[in-house]
Design a protein around this ligand. Sequence first.
Ligand code: SF4
Ligand code: F3S
Length: 115
Amino acid sequence: PIDPNFDTHRERVEGEEAAAASGEDQDEAAVTVWGPVDPPEKLGIHGTHVAVDYDLCIADGTCLEDCPVDVFTWVDTPDHPESDRKVEPTFEDQCIDCMLCVDVCPVDAIDVDAS
Ligand code: SF4
Ligand code: F3S
């Protein structure tokens, strides 16, 4: 499962490196990325209030379908060993802490900091 203390155990990845770990062709990723990252195999944890471990996510998609406020968007991650797309918590600031995504993910790839 995702490490709920990722923000103390991992380091923030900045700029183009973070964008590359999000499959984005730009200077900055949409959400904070916590390393280490080594694309395409290792993509880190994405987001802070709503955090998704890209290296655990198998693209089940129930989190995205069930989130009542549509926090998640799909990101293509070609050549990642677990799945070729992941959910980015793009609108994590909209999260209402219902914990549904945490409960439904079959691989426990999501952490929501509701404290
Ligand atoms: Fe969406 Fe609820 Fe998960 Fe927040 S906790 S991202 S509102 S499903
Ligand atoms: Fe991935 Fe789990 Fe959602 S596998 S797509 S984070 S339900």
